[in-house]
Design a protein around this ligand. Sequence first.
Ligand SMILES: [Zn+2]
Length: 404
Amino acid sequence: MAVLRGYAHCEICAENYILRAGVGIEKSQSHTFDCKSCGIPISVIVRANPPTAHFEPEENVIIDDSEGENAVVLNLHPFFAFDSKEIYALMAFPSLLYCAKIAPYLRVIPEQKTLGIPTQDVALQFDVPNASNLWNTVKNIFLLQERVGQNKRVIKAIEHYEKQRQKYFTETKVSNSKDVAFNFFDSLFYPRFEKLLDPAIELIYAIKSDHQQGFAEFCEFYSNHLKAQHSRQYISIFSDYFKIYNQLRQMVVHSRIGDEDVDEKIVGSKSFEAVKLYYGQAYESLTSFFVIFACLNNILVGRSYDQFQSMTLNKYMKDVSKEKKANPFEQTQPFYAFTDGLDSTLRNGSHHASIWRNGEKVFYRSGGTGAQREITYSRYLHLCNKLTISLAVLFIIELKLGDD
Ligand SMILES: [Zn+2]
């Protein structure tokens, strides 16, 4: 991955910058950072038309032709964070560090000579180029297939998806919406994706084969009462995610490979306004989808899907608070693993917008007592990614529920 260098100064206080940005194969990348001197958010866009690329101003910034006096170095990268000593360093190459992290998990893909992408460019192979645009195609496939008489458009959108992915993975084959959803989220979130999916699916198959009648009753209830609403909710929360994907993907490698070493990381591009409510929304969605695991768990322990140890399904859905939705299946690890990253206090802060950022820290207050807490900004993004991976896997599980 090439590093683009450019010069700029803050429109407000005239602080000079040397900007260094990793350039991928996407045509445009927006970056927002706090001015080191006056603190005002500065936004620049990296426009790439390989092999050339340049910076364009977006907000509070003037792009210069040459280096200004006492210029501050600032590193930006679309899908990596930096160490604190690197973020303002002229010789920072985060891809080198991350390549070492990613390499053990990387899927080998064939030579891609025609694309001009060096095969050893690990960073590009681990990423899904233009993921936000690609999500629009995935979303359209699911929206169109809900409607009568849109079959041809669905097929066309599936073909479009396949072509887009084949540019980078020539062997991509998808023939229906489930294939598309799996291919998309798996490419985006492996290996964590499989680590959650495989044990859960294995357990669900075991429940199905040991309790055929109970499982069939649950599937009928699911189709009639949950499926349509959940489907809308998934589309909505993933659309929110891809609106802020340029922020969240700077940290996504960590949640994908299960690396908790995130607090020292600094992302070059920060737009807290864009991400501050997302954690709360993802938390709401994920915990409301836990009804699937709760019902399956009832069957697993030999009860009807709607009979809990000490309550009915109706009570579970109406009266149990969000932070307790996973309690009924806390002994069932393949399901309980999906709670990783849930923090009800942070949810309250994010959900009620009593959350703010100062430098590399995010502060939030829980409701009621109002005790102030803090986490690093990088961990906030990391937790958002964790919940999203759980959501993506649960989405695939729900798509499989109707399968034979
Ligand atoms: Zn400034």
